[in-house]
Ligand binder design. Structure first.
Ligand SMILES: Cc1cc2nc3c(=O)[nH]c(=O)nc-3n(C[C@H](O)[C@H](O)[C@H](O)COP(=O)(O)OP(=O)(O)OC[C@H]3O[C@@H](n4cnc5c(N)ncnc54)[C@H](O)[C@@H]3O)c2cc1C
Length: 468
């Protein structure tokens, strides 16, 4: 029987990064993945393919709507070849998952393909596709089994008409009318893809606003901009029934006043969140506690109730984000090596990759109000920047929230072009506990979108933006 210092179950961004860091720290490491490709949700059916389709559909939209403004004329009609677009997305995925294979080899990590199930706290059975089972021994195990799309109890996902994000990433036709249940990140990103490709898109959301976890100002602005792009929104609508025939889906919801409203479409994308995934893991054989939300229960060291078993990523509490899973993978590896790592969960940025992009880190205005923190706010619109005018990306703003007395930056919220990348500046500043004035005194290259961060910091410091 093969014996390891660490076995990692699941090869998503949490699991494969944990494995690499364990190997870097000199531990003999194995990784177990039930699918034939490594990389988990993120690389196969999550972050990477959704961004590939967002980019392709963005190019199409530019060609159809904006090239002419730039003096670029296309003779004839611009057409979509969806099959090719999806094939390109798959090529990007294959290249990226192949990169993880390479990293496993480079770091001498043993890869097992099969479903990992605990036999006891130090032994894992690996059920392989050929029907055989191999058992390995591991001094320590890291559970990184991730999550799966969740649904509502009365909705049957048939994967044809009533679909999850996984199917939405490989549709064979552009929907005529896609009804999206849930106005969160995944629904909005995929909704924008198909809207750009010509679908009518209706977003039905239970809460009174989209992207409910983010600062309210971002929800408002994103809804306004997406509405301009043709997405229809039905907030404060509670879905009560979803019925599908071979070609049509009918979604029934109660509106704000409790009156039933019907949406008829050819596809219904259910994007109401994701659930932690521990099916087939046989956690009880090792004595590992799963809580009532289905998450593997962990302490502040990401250690389960069984001392040699840890858990990370989507399968534990906290934001379901790839970079959060990665940080936790590194954290556990370094803990096992006897180090004292640290994660500041307040500084894990959240991003929506629609265009304009939405990004945030730290506290929202609502959270500061609720906590009774005295704060000041500075905001600057991208519209006022030369760079925005040059690329015709005028929507959005940067908002910086700083402590009223100390000027320490407490939260940064932005919507606009390239915000997914710009947010890194805010994370860096907050990691070093910068004040708004610190940011305002840093030189920001001109012309760039990042100048909005400097200007918002000037506005927050003492209300003296230079260009507004
Ligand atoms: C459409 C979509 C878009 C997304 N976009 C983003 C984004 O832009 N940015 C971002 O940060 N996050 C994004 N996410 C979320 C991100 O994908 C997850 O947060 C991330 O993948 C979690 O990583 P993980 O390692 O915890 O688990 P996962 O990536 O879910 O990986 C878990 C792996 O474990 C394997 N596994 C499970 N059980 C077993 C078992 N018993 N034996 C062996 N293997 C097992 C699974 O097959 C899977 O490969 C997106 C998600 C979706 C669905």
């Amino acid at each position: 029987m093969s014996t390891y210092d660490v076995a990692v179950i699941g090869s998503g961004p949490g699991g494969y990064v944990a494995a690499i860091r364990c190997a870097q720290l000199g531990m003999k490491t194995a990784i177990i993945e039930k699918y034939s490709t490594l990389g988990g949700t993120c690389l196969n059916v999550g972050c990477i393919p959704s961004k590939a389709l967002l980019d392709s559909s963005h190019h199409y939209e530019h060609a159809v709507k904006h090239f002419a403004d730039h003096g670029i004329e296309i003779p004839g009609e611009v057409k979509i070849n969806l099959e090719k677009m999806i094939a390109r997305k798959q090529a990007v995925v294959d290249q990226t998952t192949g990169g993880v294979d390479f990293l496993m080899k480079k770091n001498n990590i043993e890869v097992y393909e099969g479903v990992g199930a605990f036999k006891d706290a130090t032994h894992i059975d690996i059920a392989k596709a050929d029907g055989t089972t191999e058992t390995i021994e591991a001094k320590n195990t890291i559970i990184a089994t991730g999550s799966k799309p969740s649904t509502l109890p009365f909705i049957k996902i048939d994967k044809k008409r009533v679909i999850t994000s996984t199917e939405a990433l490989k549709l064979k036709e552009v929907p005529k009318h896609m009804v999206i249940i849930g106005g969160g990140v995944i629904g909005l990103e995929l909704g924008q893809v198909y809207r750009r490709l010509g679908a009518e898109v209706s977003v039905v959301e239970y809460m009174d606003r989209i992207i409910p976890g983010m600062d309210k100002a971002l929800s408002r602005e994103l809804q306004k901009v997406l509405k301009k792009q043709g997405v229809k929104f039905y907030t404060s609508h509670k879905v009560t029934e979803v019925k599908a025939t071979a070609k049509q889906v009918t979604v029934t919801a109660d509106d704000k006043k409790g009156n039933p409203v019907q949406f008829k479409g050819d596809y219904c994308l259910v994007s109401v969140g994701r659930r932690p995934y521990t099916d087939g893991l046989n956690a009880e054989a090792a004595g590992v506690k799963i809580n009532e939300r289905g998450q593997v229960e962990v302490n502040d060291h990401l250690q389960t109730n069984v001392p040699n078993i840890y858990a990370i990523g989507d399968v534990v509490k906290g934001a379901m984000l790839a970079h959060k899973a990665e940080e936790e993978g590194v954290f556990v590896a370094e803990t096992l090596a006897g180090q004292k790592p640290h994660i500041d969960y307040n500084l894990i940025p959240g991003v929506v990759y629609t265009w304009p992009e939405v990004a945030a880190v730290g506290k929202t205005e609502e959270e500061l109000k609720e906590a009774g923190v005295a704060y000041k706010s500075g905001q600057f619109s991208f519209r006022a920047l030369g760079r925005s005018r040059a690329s015709a990306d005028l929507d959005g703003f940067v908002k910086i929230l700083a402590d009223e007395k100390t000027d320490e930056v407490l939260g940064v919220h932005m919507i606009g072009a390239r915000c997914a990348d710009i947010i890194a500046e805010a994370v860096t500043a907050m990691e070093f506990r910068a004040s708004a004035e610190d940011i305002s005194r840093m030189s920001h290259a001109h012309p760039t979108f990042t100048e909005a961060v400097k200007e918002a910091a000037l506005a927050a410091t003492d209300n003296r933006p230079l260009h507004m």
